[in-house]
Design a protein around this ligand. Structure first.
Ligand SMILES: C[C@@]1(CC(=O)O)C2=NC(=C\c3[nH]c(c(CCC(=O)O)c3CC(=O)O)Cc3[nH]c(c(CC(=O)O)c3CCC(=O)O)/C=C3\N/C(=C\2)[C@@H](CCC(=O)O)[C@]3(C)CC(=O)O)/[C@H]1CCC(=O)O
Ligand SMILES: NC(=O)c1ccc[n+]([C@@H]2O[C@H](COP(=O)([O-])OP(=O)(O)OC[C@H]3O[C@@H](n4cnc5c(N)ncnc54)[C@H](O)[C@@H]3O)[C@@H](O)[C@H]2O)c1
Length: 193
């Protein structure tokens, strides 16, 4: 079996600078996926034309800038993450080269082998967030699994998290003692009878 070496992390995209090149279906899909997690994400979208839905969406987000022009190397300046989502594979490869030259992490939407990271399918229940990846095998399965988990996890999980945070802040004792107590309190979450 092929190895799955992906290491999941959760980015604070309102503290990073993102570049998306391409404003068609995929550019729109990626920007919309980011904004549904963080409406104040900092995103510059560079494209020769934009899908009207993306123009409408950008108006709802305070830190999204649409720049209508062909991609140029300077667009990579000061960026932390980039997504190449144009319909030109050769151009996407060129954007990848520029990102690597600037040490910017990049996702090339049509070429998983060139991706430093994948976008995940995201389950959200208040403060709980679960990101799903199929190692690029089937984003559709990731989407379906998201639907299953979204249904299965009760909305009350957010209250549980809030209460646990209060308890966590109140607990006295050294670190080991706190961890022991938190594990005892949360044992019910995994108990089967
Ligand atoms: C999870 C999600 C996040 C997001 O984008 O928001 C996501 N794709 C989603 C949906 C989706 N994408 C595609 C379909 C159509 C059916 C199909 O082709 O399967 C559907 C389903 C649909 O839309 O119903 C087509 C597609 N996707 C990629 C390629 C290129 C290739 O594989 O070569 C092609 C073919 C292009 C072509 O043929 O032209 C590549 C990638 N897509 C990824 C993520 C990364 C791997 C994630 C993983 O490890 O599982 C990766 C590798 C890179 C990346 O984009 O980060 C999002 C779920 C949204 C949700 O949760 O609702
Ligand atoms: N990762 C995924 O989830 C996924 C899913 C489906 C398709 N894809 C792939 O993604 C690619 C994009 O597909 P699409 O449907 O969004 O295409 P599209 O035709 O809808 O949009 C293309 C975009 O690229 C821009 N563009 C083209 N040349 C440019 C340049 N020189 N500078 C700046 N912008 C430029 C256009 O202005 C436009 O906004 C395709 O290769 C497709 O196979 C990826």
């Amino acid at each position: 079996m092929e190895e799955n070496n992906l290491f999941p992390v959760f980015f604070k995209v309102n503290r990073l600078q993102l570049l998306v090149v391409g404003g068609g279906n995929i550019g729109h899909e990626k920007v919309s996926a980011i904004l549904s997690n963080c409406l104040d994400a900092n995103i510059t979208v560079v494209a020769t034309w934009f899908l009207p839905e993306l123009v409408t969406l950008a108006k709802t987000a305070p830190n999204v800038t649409l720049v209508q022009k062909p991609f140029s190397c300077g667009d990579m300046l000061g960026k932390d993450l980039a997504i190449a989502a144009t319909n030109d594979k050769e151009l996407n490869g060129f954007i990848w080269e520029k990102a690597k030259g600037s040490r910017v992490l990049i996702n090339v939407a049509d070429t998983p082998e060139l991706c430093d990271f994948y976008l995940g399918s995201v389950v959200q229940k208040g403060n709980l967030k679960i990101a799903i990846s199929t190692n690029g095998k089937s984003p559709t399965v990731a989407k379906r699994l998201k639907e299953v988990l979204q249904e299965a996890i009760p909305g009350s999980i957010n209250e549980v998290l809030d209460k646990l945070q209060t308890i966590r802040d109140r607990l006295k004792g050294d670190f080991t003692e706190k961890v022991k107590q938190l594990n005892q309190i949360t044992e019910v979450l995994v108990k089967r009878d």
